[in-house]
Design a protein around this ligand. Structure first.
Ligand code: NAI
Length: 455
């Protein structure tokens, strides 16, 4: 048996980052991962989807270059080459993380870890035939796709007809007809990709809008952009069965319809992974299938922490990354806590969406007295130069009581890159007057945020 200060179960963004920070902070750390370092984000989520979407963007430019005076003829997409390039990007990043862990002195064990329990010595975890003992245990086991008991869904997943985020990123052929169940982040990003490369895409969403909690104005503009690109939407619809020829659903007026499909993507959310690795031996308090944590990422069991999707708070890689750090800082005795009010969310569709903080609706629901500043992206010279016919907006939500920005919402090119600025405004509790004194570079897309404040 080998003793450690910290055992980390799961090598996704929460786990691999926590391992680095822990080792850098002087903790003897072991990181146990059963599949591949980088977790869902690097291997079958954030990164591979961005590689695919970038290929689609280049292809889109070749098809629509005439709007900018550039005519390209004969461009085509080679799906196998796109996927091969995606795999190369993933491989580079995964091996980079391995090298970083090694450099930091983390012991990495590539095996299925099983918690045996906790005794006077600490937490006992078994992996690859060895027992590891840790003073602290950090759970970073992530999440998995939700697969509800819709007739035919699981059976047709087994045949490869239904896909999750994992399989959809590796398709070697472009499906003629793709039906996406769920108009959330994964559904929209993948609909965007397959629409660009030539599939007929239909989205079936049970809510009356897409992109879940995204600000309503942004969600509507995104919907209109997608309709204009030819994506079909069935909103407010309930999926009743998945059949070998397509997806059966009920429309809001009670009619039963079938959306024909060559492939189906099921993207209706994710749930925390809490089973199959001995967590029951520690019996932490759980809620709605996730491990309950406080702002220090502590669970109800002393010495047991949980960061990332497993705590079900905000299932985003960058949240996980920071949560891993906060957990380690608390183990190290440093003052640090998680604040969830300034976590950006991005959708890498074309156009991109970048949001942070309160939406108009959530601010009103929480009782803030707000002022809403809304400005067309056409006020940005760079946006106008680069987005022929674009209809993006910038929306800033201000808390009138303290004259502070509490929400920033953008639909525009580079939105994902520049939304961190909004996060800084909220996190540092900047007043609108402070912000107006800051010089933004010109001409840029980001200067729209400052401009909006003068509306
Ligand atoms: P999601 O929670 O974003 O969206 C799921 C959608 O499916 C919702 O709109 C929901 O109303 C709908 N839905 C649920 N049950 C349904 C049913 N039976 N029929 C039709 N619609 C149904 O979940 P998604 O897209 O699967 O993504 C999973 C997680 O991954 C999310 O937490 C997301 O934030 C994260 N993610 C983040 C990305 C990013 O930051 N760019 C990219 C991809 C995923």
């Amino acid at each position: 048996m080998e003793n450690f200060d910290l055992i980390i179960l799961g090598g996704g963004p929460a786990g691999y980052n926590a391992a680095l920070r822990a080792s850098q902070g002087g903790l003897k750390t072991v990181l146990i991962e059963k599949r591949a370092l980088g977790g869902v984000c690097l291997n079958e989520g954030c990164i591979p989807s961005k590689a695919l979407l970038y290929s689609a963007k280049i292809y889109d430019y070749t098809k629509h270059g005439d709007k900018y005076g550039v005519a390209v003829t004969g461009s085509s997409i080679d799906q196998k080459a796109v996927v091969a390039r995606k795999n190369k990007v993933v491989k580079t990043l995964v091996s980079g993380i391995g090298a970083q862990e090694k450099h930091a002195g983390v012991t990495v064990v590539m095996a299925d870890g099983k918690i045996l329990g906790k005794d006077g010595e600490g937490f006992k975890v078994e992996a690859d035939g060895k027992t590891y003992c840790g003073v602290n245990l950090l759970l970073c086991t992530g999440s998995m796709p939700v697969m509800p008991p819709i007739p035919g869904l699981r059976e047709l997943y087994e045949t490869g007809y239904v896909m999750t985020n994992r399989e959809v990123l590796d398709l070697q052929e472009i499906p003629k007809k793709l039906v996406v169940i769920g108009g959330g982040v994964i559904g929209l990003e993948m609909a965007s990709y397959y629409n660009s490369v030539g599939s007929e895409v239909t989205i079936i969403e049970m809510l009356d809008h897409i992109a879940g909690p995204t600000d309503a104005d942004i969600s509507k503009i995104l919907l209109n952009n997608y309709k204009a690109k030819g994506i079909k939407f069935n909103l407010g619809c309930k999926v009743t069965a998945v059949l070998p020829e397509g997806v059966q659903f009920e429309t809001p007026d009670g009619k039963s319809e079938i959306a024909p499909a060559d492939k189906v993507l099921c993207s209706i959310g994710r749930r925390a992974v809490t089973q199959g690795y001995g967590l029951e031996t520690l019996n932490p308090v759980m809620e709605r299938g996730a491990v309950v944590t406080d702002e220090y990422l502590k669970t109800s069991v002393p010495g047991l922490y949980a960061a990332g999707d497993i705590n079900g708070k905000i299932m985003l890689a960058h949240t996980a990354y920071r949560e891993g750090e906060v957990a380690v800082n608390n183990i190290l005795g440093k003052k640090d806590r998680m604040r969830y009010n300034a976590i950006p969310s991005v959708i890498y569709t074309n156009p991109e969406v970048g949001c942070v903080g309160e939406t108009e609706a959530s601010a009103k629901a929480k009782g803030y007295d707000i002022e809403v500043k809304k400005l067309s992206m056409a006020y940005s010279g760079r946006y106008l130069a680069e987005n022929e016919g674009g209809d993006g907006i910038c929306k800033v939500i201000i808390d009138k009581k303290y004259n502070r920005v509490i929400g920033v919402h953008l639909i525009a090119n580079y939105a994902a890159e520049l939304i961190y600025g909004g996060a800084m405004m909220i996190e540092t509790e900047m007043t609108v007057d402070n912000l107006k004194e800051i010089v933004f570079p010109h001409p840029t897309v980001c200067e729209i945020i400052r401009e909006a404040l003068f509306e």
